[in-house]
Design a protein around this ligand. Structure first.
Ligand SMILES: *[C@@H]1O[C@H](CO)[C@@H](O)[C@H](O)[C@H]1NC(C)=O
Ligand SMILES: *[C@@H]1O[C@H](CO)[C@@H](O)[C@H](O)[C@H]1NC(C)=O
Length: 335
């Protein structure tokens, strides 16, 4: 009896405590439906998302933008800093859909881009970039735009992406360019094995990046790592189909900053063209690669499991002369 009384008492105390905590939780919630978004797949919701972002970005408190179940048609749009708070969560239960006609995004470099933001998290959700039409035109050699990257972060800090699904991008799926402190977890990328330039995650000019527990099935690189990438940790990522995890191509330019401190651990490659690759052009360049660790990779049905190409020249057209590049402190640790 005494114990029951105690536990009931404890229960009420906890309940009151949790109500108190919720009441004092300063997060503002912005549901995109309140800004006029329609999850019917046909109404253009771009303006509604821009307004929801403006509200969240202008808030002095932590905010959550909520996207309920449904399909939201969005054109090319930018989520821009400088925000008044540095904790904006975008919680997505629905799917963001690009216009089916590839000409609508036209020459845009990005479909959804975040520029100069800090403390943005994307939780859940799906991006359907509807890239197949553009891939077909590219295949036929028809004159057409390069295509937009689905999700890009530029000059941004403290970014988290958790549980996002990215489908059929027109160009790269997810790009980090000039960012710091990035955490990607539980992300799935799906595009056809023969889709052109549909890299899964591309990182460049960026430091302190963790990519964990993700699955990337695509037509180009699973993860591609460009100049001035520093402190990148990749763990428990499954790649394939696609071209594998690639550092480079590097040495495109004379003045180029190096790639350093990259750990790629416990990755699985299934049916990929390459496993772990480093590629650089044979051009004069002060670029470099150092402190790279490949640990515990499992490769099934991979054409080139480990490949270091210092004379990279796709299609063998106008290849530059051979110049030796520095490759320092390079270790391959095989399990
Ligand atoms: C290398 O990167 C890891 C994260 O990937 C970080 O924990 C570590 O401190 C870095 N090492 C150096 C020497 O910067
Ligand atoms: C690698 O990750 C898988 C799950 O993806 C796990 O089952 C396995 O134990 C891990 N292996 C190592 C060596 O950490």
């Amino acid at each position: 009896m005494a114990i029951r009384f105690f536990s009931t008492h404890l229960y009420w105390s906890l309940l009151i405590l949790s109500i108190y905590l919720h009441a004092s939780d300063a997060t503002q919630n912005y549901n995109v439906l309140k800004f006029g978004a329609k999850g019917n797949g046909v109404t253009d919701s771009t303006q509604a998302f821009i307004k929801a972002w403006a509200a969240a970005c202008g808030s002095e408190e932590s905010t959550t933008i909520y996207v309920p179940k449904g399909r939201y048609l969005l054109g090319s749009m930018a989520f821009k800093g400088d925000c008044k708070n540095s904790d904006i969560k975008i919680h997505i239960d629905g799917t963001l859909v690009a216009p089916a006609d590839y000409r609508i995004l036209g020459q845009a470099d990005n479909w959804l881009s975040f520029e100069g933001v800090s403390g943005v998290s994307i939780i859940g959700g799906a991006l359907d970039a509807k890239g197949t039409a553009l891939w077909n035109y590219k295949e036929k050699g028809t004159k057409c735009p390069n295509g937009a990257t689905s999700l890009s972060f530029t000059n941004s800090n403290n970014i988290k992406i958790n549980g996002l699904l990215s489908l059929n991008s027109r160009m790269f799926h997810i790009v980090f360019n000039g960012c710091q402190n990035v955490r990607v977890e539980g992300v799935r990328v799906i595009a056809a094995g023969d889709s052109p330039n549909t890299d899964g995650i591309h990182v460049q000019l960026t430091r302190n990046v963790m990519i964990k527990s993700s699955s990337i099935k695509t037509g180009d690189d699973c993860i591609s790592i460009g100049p001035r990438t520093k402190n990148l940790w990749v763990e428990r990522v499954t790649c394939g189909p696609g071209h594998g995890i690639s550092i480079g191509s590097l040495a495109k330019d004379m003045d180029e900053e190096g790639v350093q401190n990259v750990t790629i651990k416990n990755t699985t490659f299934i049916g990929t063209q390459n496993g772990l690759r480093i590629k650089s052009w044979a051009r004069p360049s002060n670029g470099f690669v150092q402190g790279i660790r490949f640990i515990d990779a499992v490769m099934r049905n991979v054409q080139n499991p480990i490949i270091i190409d210092q004379n990279y020249c796709p299609h063998n057209l106008n290849c530059p002369g051979q110049v030796r590049k520095s490759l320092k402190l390079f270790t391959i640790i095989e399990d």
